[in-house]
Design a protein around this ligand. Structure first.
Ligand code: ATP
Length: 589
């Protein structure tokens, strides 16, 4: 737990060290202040008031110093908390920015958002509100036990034996509720994910699930969270009870030992000194128990914080894509796949199997194949969304793993189906492709992508707000803005995942126009669904079950009467369906 906390602190570790030293000094001082009671009570019970006065002064100074120091320790704890919150979030952000895009599954995204908000907040509160009482609660009793040893050997020994015993019980009770805590955290993240999904997919849920059915997935997640919450509450209460009982049992044992000691003396030589010593020892025992009880009470908070730290650890231990020590630059915009094998996870089936492909610089390749044949995966591997399992992908004769991620990103523009528009204006979204783009470049990219017509229609033109995720625009409008964003970047390689259904004929024409304009000027790989696009390509690659089954120019493949010819006839048959005036009245031809 401490290791993870320290990892989160990074360069702010010095702050934490300072805080821990101060908390330790504070704990020692608290323990010593309590032990000052020994000479005071000894002198008072012996009727020697003048001899007690200097010790009383020491006690008052001790109390005042403890009080003052506590404030400093708390301030130092708050500083550590702020460092964890700011530095930790920063570190988390830097780390996830280097993770492969494939890591961002809905469940990991929900986990990340939970950790970055609630998790970090809970962890940041630890130093000021939990570590200080826990450190004091452990250190002060150690000092008191030393004093007990001096005063009453058997009592000191019993207390010393009790400490590891208590630690053992605390450890076991923590373990008892730990699993329940992990399950609760998991279900909590799942529910958060479902809530977001519920809000985002309202139209789909209502259309397909009916009024009550639309909440079914969410209700299931909430019910699971509720069950694990109840289990966690029961186990937490049980462990808190066990901790408190153990401390009370230790207290009782110490009392019995003290009584037995007095009893032995009663049978023999019971002196005034013995009685005073035993009485003070009993008082010290009671002062020993209070901090231990406090530590026991913090067990649950510590366990839950550990759960949050485990979640943070889970994210920080995800392996980023390695960056090369000596990055290389490609010599051209050629793309080459050499015997590429890929699967999404170790135990999942292979998605690409021994794929080798060469795309000449400035040429256009159309990738076609059945749904699930691996087209999108292949395109994503070129942009290094993931690393290949075996084989290599080269751009301009340089393995993408030997290029810096920034340089690789600068070489490739992508127009994928899941284009995301950020909250802001149309201009802001296009400018993401090239933040320092001039107005002329903006106009040119907007014109090429067919955004000019959209802008002309809107009262605020290019400054129109697109809404969250581009919600205020149509699918086709979003797509065109994404194209303009990719075009303004002006990179030598363009990866396009042509949408099948999202685009109307007008938008499809815009994409076709863009591809026609860029053909010969950029290296283009397009996952093609339209006949017009495929016909434009210099090379067609047919994928099936993660393998290239056909490859060649449109003419060659048409002549070979293979899979491409099949694709062609299917598309032509589909194109044959036309809605006529009669259809409008209810019949199709
Ligand atoms: N993130 C992922 N994790 C695990 N498996 C995945 C992931 N993305 C895709 N797959 C699987 O990889 C296989 C290939 O998917 P891919 O999206 O590359 O196919 P595709 O040919 O582009 O399909 P489509 O034309 O329908 O988009 C499919 O079986 C799919 O289920």
């Amino acid at each position: 737990m401490l290791k993870m906390f320290i990892q989160l602190l990074g360069k702010d570790l010095a702050l934490f060290r300072r805080y821990v030293y101060m908390a330790l000094i504070y704990g020692v001082l608290c323990g010593l202040t309590v032990t000052v009671l020994v000479p005071i009570l000894t002198q008072l019970l012996s009727g020697n008031l003048p001899a007690a006065v200097p010790w009383l002064v020491v006690l008052l100074i001790g109390i005042a110093t403890c009080w003052g120091l506590r404030r400093y320790v708390e301030q130092a704890g708050v500083r550590v908390g702020v460092a964890v919150l700011q530095g930790g979030r920063h570190r988390l952000g830097e780390h996830v920015a280097r993770l492969p895009v494939g890591w961002f599954t809905p469940s990991n995204t929900a986990r990340l958002s939970h950790v970055a908000t609630q998790g970090m907040m809970a962890v940041a509160q630890l130093p000021a509100h939990v570590f200080t009482p826990v450190i004091t609660g452990v250190v002060a009793p150690v000092i008191i036990i030393i004093a007990l040893f001096v005063l009453h050997g058997p009592l000191g020994l019993t207390a010393l034996v009790a400490l590891p015993l208590l630690a053992g019980v605390f450890f076991l009770t923590t373990k008892l509720a730990r699993r329940a805590d992990n399950a609760f955290q998991r279900h909590f993240a799942d529910t958060s994910q479902r809530v977001v999904e519920f809000a985002q997919a309202q139209s789909v849920l209502r259309a397909f699930s009916g009024e009550s059915g639309s909440t079914r997935f969410l209700e299931k997640a909430v019910a699971k969270q509720h069950r694990s919450g109840v289990r966690l509450a029961c186990l937490s209460a049980l462990s808190a009870l066990l901790n408190a009982w153990t401390v009370q049992v230790v207290f009782a044992v110490l009392l019995v030992v003290a009584m037995l000691g007095m009893n032995i003396h009663l049978g023999g030589t019971l002196t005034e000194e013995n009685i005073i010593g035993a009485t003070i020892a009993l008082l010290l025992v009671s002062r020993l128990i209070d901090p231990l009880l406090e530590v026991a009470n913090y067990g649950e908070v510590l366990r839950s914080a550990r759960g949050q730290l485990d979640e943070i650890h889970h994210i920080l231990s995800a392996t980023p894509l390695p960056e090369p020590r000596a990055p290389r630059s490609p010599c051209s915009a050629a793309i080459e796949l050499r015997d590429v094998h890929f699967r999404y996870a170790p135990r999942e089936p292979a998605v690409l199997n021994s794929v080798s492909l060469y795309i000449a610089p400035g040429s256009m390749t159309a990738l076609i194949g059945e749904s699930g044949s691996g087209k999108t995966t292949l395109a994503r591997l070129i942009a290094r969304f993931f690393d290949v399992e075996r084989g290599s992908i080269l751009i301009g004769d340089v393995d993408v793993r030997q290029m810096s991620s920034v340089h690789l990103a600068s070489q490739i523009s992508q127009i994928f189906q899941d284009n995301y528009l950020f909250t802001g204006s149309i201009a802001d979204n296009i400018r993401i492709g090239k933040p320092d783009a001039s107005d002329a470049e903006m106009t040119e990219a907007a014109h090429q992508a067919g955004v000019s017509e959209i802008i002309e229609r809107l009262p605020q033109g290019i400054d129109t707000q697109v809404g969250e995720g581009g919600a205020r625009l149509s699918g086709g409008e979003r797509q065109r803005i994404a194209i303009a964003r990719a075009l303004i970047k002006n990179s030598p390689i363009l990866l396009v995942d042509e949408a099948t259904a999202a685009l109307d004929a007008e938008n499809q024409a815009a994409i076709a126009e863009v591809l026609a304009q860029l053909r010969g000027h950029r290296t283009i790989l397009v996952i093609a669904h339209q006949l017009s696009t495929v016909a434009m390509a210099d090379q067609i690659v047919v994928l099936d079950g993660g393998q290239i089954v056909e490859q060649g120019s449109p003419e060659q493949l048409r002549a070979s009467q293979g899979r491409y010819a099949q694709f062609l006839s299917q598309r032509q048959a589909a194109k044959g369906w036309r809605i006529t005036q009669d259809d409008a009245d209810g019949a199709c031809s």
